[in-house]
Write a protein that binds this ligand. Structure first.
Ligand code: ATP
Length: 267
C-alpha cells in the first residue's frame, strides 16, 4: 500500500460566532484572507497584494485551528488541514510529493485555505540536526509558496506554539510574512468562550459564567471546553442515579431536558 494518503478537502462548519473573543485576530483574518478570497477583483484594482501565508502563533488550545477553519468557512473556501508531524513521520521520502500534492489539490479546488498545524515539526531551522528530510520538505514548501500566484485563491495558514524555532526562510516576504499572535484568554475572553460552549447546555439559575471566568485563570479555550463537558457529565451521572435506566433509553428527550449544569459541578 502506498504511504501517500489521499489529501482530504473539507468544508468546515465553524463560524466566527463559535469562537469566543479574539476579535482582533478575527478582524485580521477577515482582511488578510476572507476579503482577498471573496473580492479578488477589488484587491487587484486597488493594487493590494494579499498575503500568501499567515502564521498563527501562541500557546496550545487557544483556537488556532478553529480560526483557520472559521476563516475558510466564512470565505466560502475549501479547507485542507495537515499536521506537521503527520507529514514527517509517515511520509518520509514521499513527504515532498505529498506537499506538492496538497498544493495541486488546493489550486484545483480554489478558493482553498491550506492549514498546516504544528508547522514547527516540519520546519525547524535547517541544518540544526543535519536533517535531510526536513531540509527537502522545507524547500518544497518554500517552492510551492513562492509559486502561489496572485489572486489564485490559495492561502496558507500555519500554526505553532514555537515560532522561535522556525526556519527564518519561512518568514521572508511573500511567505509566512504575516505573524498573528493568538494569546491565552484573559478573563473577558474566557467568559466569551464559556458562553460559546454553554450555548446548548441548560444552566441552573445559580450558575454565573462571569464568576467562573474569574476563577479559571490560566485555562485555555480547550480547557474551558473540557470543563463544561465534565460538568455536564457530572450532572448526567447524578441524573442517572435518580432515574431508572429504561427511561434513559425510551424517553431520552425528556431526560435531556433535565440535564442541568450547576455551579457546584465546576468546583
Ligand atoms: P493546538 O496548539 O494544541 O493545536 P489550537 O490553538 O489549534 O491548539 P484549537 O484546536 O483551535 O486550538 O482549540 C481546541 C478546542 O478548544 C477547540 O475545539 C474549541 O472547542 C476550544 N477553544 C479554544 N479556543 C476557543 C475559543 N476562543 N472559543 C471557543 N472555543 C475555543
Amino acid at each position: 500500500p502506498s504511504a501517500l494518503r489521499e489529501v482530504l478537502i473539507e468544508v468546515p462548519n465553524v463560524r466566527w460566532d463559535d469562537i469566543g473573543g479574539l476579535e482582533d485576530v478575527k478582524q485580521e483574518l477577515r482582511e488578510a484572507v476572507e476579503w482577498p478570497l471573496k473580492y479578488p477583483k477589488a484587491f487587484e484594482r486597488l493594487g493590494i497584494t494579499p498575503p500568501r501565508g499567515i502564521l498563527l502563533y501562541g500557546p496550545p488550545g487557544t483556537g488556532k485551528t478553529l480560526l483557520a477553519k472559521a476563516v475558510a468557512n466564512e470565505s466560502e473556501a475549501n479547507f485542507i488541514g495537515i499536521r506537521g508531524p503527520e507529514v514527517l513521520s509517515k511520509w518520509v521520502g514521499e513527504s515532498e510529493k505529498r506537499i506538492r500534492e496538497i498544493f495541486r489539490k488546493a489550486r484545483q479546488a480554489a478558493p482553498t485555505v491550506i492549514f498546516i498545524d504544528e508547522i514547527d515539526a516540519i520546519a525547524p531551522a535547517r541544518g540544526a540536526e543535519g536533517d535531510r528530510v526536513t531540509d527537502r520538505l522545507i524547500n518544497q514548501l518554500l517552492t510551492e509558496m513562492d509559486g502561489i500566484e496572485r489572486n489564485s485563491g490559495v492561502v496558507v495558514i500555519a500554526a505553532t506554539n514555537r515560532p522561535d524555532i522556525l526556519d527564518p526562510a519561512l518568514l521572508r516576504p511573500g511567505r509566512f510574512d504575516r505573524l498573528v499572535l493568538v494569546p491565552a484568554p484573559d478573563e473577558k475572553t474566557r467568559l466569551e468562550i464559556l458562553k460559546v460552549h454553554t450555548r446548548r447546555v441548560p444552566l441552573a439559575e445559580d450558575v454565573s459564567l462571569a464568576e467562573l471566568a474569574k476563577k479559571t485563570k490560566g485555562y485555555s479555550g480547550a480547557d474551558l471546553e473540557a470543563l463544561v463537558r465534565e460538568a455536564a457529565l457530572i450532572t448526567m451521572r447524578r441524573v442517572m442515579r435518580e432515574l431508572p435506566t429504561e427511561l434513559v433509553e425510551s424517553e431520552s428527550e425528556e431526560f435531556l431536558e433535565r440535564l442541568k449544569v450547576s455551579k457546584r459541578d465546576f468546583e
